[in-house]
Design a protein around this ligand. Structure first.
Ligand code: PLP
Length: 421
């Protein structure tokens, strides 16, 4: 049965679709797993087909229904990217179209350069991923796009910034925020943008959500009104801390069509081998994230009363009523990340990291192995004192990305490391 026939008779669930759609074995000599097409260039079926392929790739013509234009050159497109993109839409609720990039930053930078132009502004939540902040503050600013940072979780301040921003081009949310897991209400922000009065000839600002921390399994921004979802595929999507990747998804395929030529120009497409690797990992994203979330919850809730710990930052331990409400409304599960605030400050945090036996002292997150880091001196070390205070990044804070080891082994490891803290 052709995939389209199957879809017509009965709606399949994402975990099935990610394994059954997007790949046609007859195009890879019957191979049960896709082949890797490493070619940099493609042989045209005719000069007319080449002409047509260039018309479509450049945007001068639209693909007709059922048409599949010849491939041209792998900086624009290649079969392994197409397969990955066709499959990943089934994991992101509400998405219709996707693009693969060679890192999360490549996905973010390429998207911003597609939609923003000089004179516009971007409202974004802080703390946000360091690379994103650096890009908006130090790079976009040189191109005449101004960044307006607003504390994450503060819907009142975000709403005000959205209403008062001059020529607002985009709103960039990262929720939960890293490393304190403060959540921002995606739907309220989308509603605030939807309520803006747009002058004649103007366009509505785009709402972009960096969904790396809880997506695609536990948080679904496109169903809440967001226009674009971006990922560092380096994290949970790939899941083994062995590759870099980025993904952008949208409900409106036209947004993806507009980003595609920028990706072709910048050369930020994910390479064939990496597309193949990431494609193979998609069917286990849910399994890995479920396990990491169950582990993290077991451990975080048990460490919450530990005498050496001042506070554990984790969604099921939220005390602020507004944060509890957002978590309940927006997230299916709490996820695999938590942060510990140690009473003994930096010395205690460093000793804790030094003495971990199972968990490893490394940045990054979302792998099957447990990683821990000290945000103040590593991932967030570029902050000013005010930014540290605003974001709650203290001397004693340790961020932990929980893997899929047995949680009792991890808990015992954290407890022995705490003895030295
Ligand atoms: C890692 C990360 C990024 C950047 O992704 P790269 O793949 O390292 O380029 C962006 N956002 C978040 C939330 C991340 O954790």
């Amino acid at each position: 049965m052709a995939p389209s026939d199957r879809r017509d008779t009965q709606p399949l669930r994402p975990s099935t679709k990610v394994l059954t759609e997007g790949y046609d074995p007859t195009l890879s000599v019957g191979s049960a797993r896709p082949a890797v097409f490493r070619s940099s260039t493609y042989v045209f079926s005719s000069p007319e087909a080449a002409e047509r392929a260039f018309d479509v790739a450049s945007g001068r013509a639209k693909v007709a229904k059922g048409e599949s234009p010849d491939l041209i050159y792998s900086r624009f497109n290649h079969p392994n990217a197409e397969m990955l993109e066709d499959q990943i839409v089934y994991l992101e609720k509400g998405s219709a179209s996707a693009l693969a990039f060679n890192s999360g930053m490549a996905a973010i930078v390429t998207s911003f350069f597609t939609f923003l132009h000089p004179g516009q502004s971007v409202v974004y939540t802080i703390p946000i991923y360091g690379g994103t902040q650096h890009f908006i503050q130090d790079c976009l600013s040189k191109w005449g796009v101004s960044g307006i940072p607003v504390l994450s979780g503060r819907v009142d301040l975000l709403g005000r910034a959205i209403r008062s921003a001059k020529k607002l081009g985009a709103v960039m949310l990262e929720t939960p925020a890293n490393p304190t897991l403060i959540m921002t209400d995606i739907q309220q922000i989308c509603d605030a943008v939807a309520a803006l009065k747009i002058p004649k000839g103007g366009t509505r600002p785009l709402v972009m959500v960096d969904n790396t921390m809880l997506g695609p399994s536990f948080q679904h921004p496109l169903t809440l009104g967001a226009d674009l979802v971006v990922y560092s595929g380096t994290k949970y999507l790939s899941g083994f801390s062995d590759m870099l990747a980025g993904i952008v998804l949208a409900k409106d395929p036209d947004l993806i069509r507009r980003i595609r030529p920028t990706r072709g120009l910048f050369g930020t497409i994910l390479q064939p081998d990496e597309c193949w690797m990431l494609g193979g990992r998609l069917s286990t994203v849910r399994l890995r994230m479920d396990k990491a979330s169950i582990n993290a919850q077991q451990i975080a809730e048990r460490l919450a009363g530990h005498p050496k710990i001042k506070r554990v930052h984790y969604p099921t331990l939220f005390t602020d009523p507004e944060q509890k409400r957002i978590y309940a409304a927006q997230c299916d599960y709490p996820g695999g990340m938590f942060s510990l605030e140690l009473k003994g400050g930096k010395v205690a945090a460093f000793n804790f990291l030094r003495n971990l036996q199972i968990g490893r002292n490394a940045v990054s997150l979302g792998g099957v192995e447990t990683l821990a880091c000290h945000p103040k001196t590593t991932t967030h070390s570029g902050f000013t004192d005010k930014e540290f205070a605003d974001a709650g990044v203290t001397d004693g804070l340790v961020r932990i990305s929980v893997g899929i080891e047995h949680w009792r082994d991890l808990l015992a490891d954290f407890e022995q490391a705490l003895e030295s803290a």
